[in-house]
Write a protein that binds this ligand. Structure first.
Ligand SMILES: [Zn+2]
Ligand SMILES: [Zn+2]
Length: 154
């Protein structure tokens, strides 16, 4: 399956924290982890994954990066104005650097791939009734995300 190249801007909900996207997404998944639940103030996050080279951050960044878990945790940026997550980066290996942002941050969501899997489903606060696979457990969830990389090589 080949996804459409995304060439668009994205931003947090309040619009203060913007970034540019130019690249083919790797995949999209629904994350039920407790960090996403608390940062997004929602039962889960609907996340689009790209190569980090697809992302251009502005020079003047009204957002702050933090790590919420020891390595290999995501570096997540939250907006200084609204507190919502803007973008996250993960270095899996020297040449495997990924970027993550929620679907609603993208200016044209019609071009995004469909979500293909639920991860960290063991920490869900709400059951989801759909036909997608539901992965429980830390490593099985990480592996499910890694599999997206191999199904959409770039
Ligand atoms: Zn999560
Ligand atoms: Zn904001």
């Amino acid at each position: 399956m080949t996804y459409q190249r995304l060439t668009q801007s994205a931003s947090c909900g309040c619009g203060q924290s913007k970034f540019e996207v130019d690249g083919v997404p790797i995949g999209r998944f629904i994350c039920h982890c407790t960090i996403c639940q608390s940062l997004y103030k929602a039962p889960y996050a609907d996340v689009v994954m790209l190569w980090d080279g697809a992302i251009t951050l502005p020079e003047d960044q009204p957002f702050t990066f933090r790590k919420y878990r020891p390595p290999p945790a995501l570096r997540r940026a939250t907006c200084d104005a609204c507190g919502a997550p803007v973008i996250g980066f993960l270095r899996l290996a020297p040449f495997v650097r990924l970027a993550f942002s929620v679907a609603t941050n993208f200016s044209d969501q019609s071009l995004l791939p469909q979500s293909s899997v639920h991860i960290f489903y063991h920490s869900r606060v709400q059951d989801v009734d759909d036909s997608l696979p539901k992965i429980s457990g830390y490593w099985p969830s990480e592996i499910a995300v890694t599999k997206l990389l191999f199904s959409h090589p770039h």
